[in-house]
Ligand binder design. Sequence first.
Ligand SMILES: *Cc1c(COP(=O)(O)O)cnc(C)c1O
Length: 385
Amino acid sequence: MTAETTPANAVLMIDLGAVVANWRKLAGLVAPATCAAVVKADAYGLGAVPVATALQAAGCRSYFVACLNEALALRPHVADAEIYVLAGAARGFEDDFARHRLCPVLNSLPDIAAWAAFARRAVAAPPVAIHIDTGMSRLGLSPAEEARLGEEPDRLAGVAVACVMSHLACADQPEHPLNARQQAAFASIRQRWPGATMSLAASSGIFLGSAWHGDLCRPGVALYGGAPVPGRANPMAQVVDLRARILQVREIDEGWSVGYGATHRAGRRATIVTAGVGYADGFLRSLSNRGHGYISDIRVPLVGRVSMDLITFDASAVPGDLLYPGAEVELIGPHVSIDAVAADAGTIGYEILTSLGARYQRIYRNGPEDAVDRADVDEGRAAAE
Ligand SMILES: *Cc1c(COP(=O)(O)O)cnc(C)c1O
């Protein structure tokens, strides 16, 4: 389906074949370590259920989500897999973890105490991960608290520790000295946890090298096509394609302004196309006068402010026969990567992905050659009638 044939103003295509290819590539890079998939925030906005279902078929057996409700939504779709909940188990919700075999990530000594109390009275408490903070100062036990666990093993009585994890603060800057410090701190913890799966690296950490891989890697953004090492060639396959429909084409004379605040003024006669996407779709307002799109293979600068539902491009360089209501503007795709949009917006690809709007017509495909699913087209048509 194209933007020309949908009831929505824009079509978001998500290539699950590319997600699977990215997971396989990362799994190959980290072997013999295992590759999990981080599917928090609805798989970075792309749909945790379709993403995890595709990865499960490819052999992925471990998933990380941010919170319990994400885990509960995912569980029926990956019945046999490990699901780790990064926020841990809120007091009073331990039974939900047990019932659905969800593994909490315990982030503090009080978290461990509460879980141990539950595990001692529960019939079958699931295993847990313990998170050690080696440099993020965000979640996790300090190294001193981790050492205390070693001295006071009763604190873990009844608790099955499946995984010990930490998180890198600067893995996207390979030269940053904190990477080696965190790796060393994590390695020194290792011998105290002989039976546990050790997990340190997310997407960028995988590319620091095998010393960071431990036993289990936790990529998120690289699965979804984000560049794991900013500024270097991106080895991941592009997953997302976003096309907006042109609603109107107009000629403006030299000196006319475009959009709220009249922040763009035409220096000469110009062709302006208006497309039906705006900040309500997560197309960030910081892209005002800074973003760009493509019509066919011609770059069109975004001019004027991003409105709630509309954006405007200077399409003066585009032949007139390509400009008509219903024609498409590529906002993310072969010419415009997620990271390019992020650079224009002054943010990171993660924020572009997790902001992708609810109004887009979403289409899942399985590889670039996959003809778009007939059912999607019919559904779109039915919705339009
Ligand atoms: C989000 C997150 C990840 C995944 O990070 P990416 O940079 O997207 O690969 C891994 N581990 C933890 C603890 C996280 O919070």
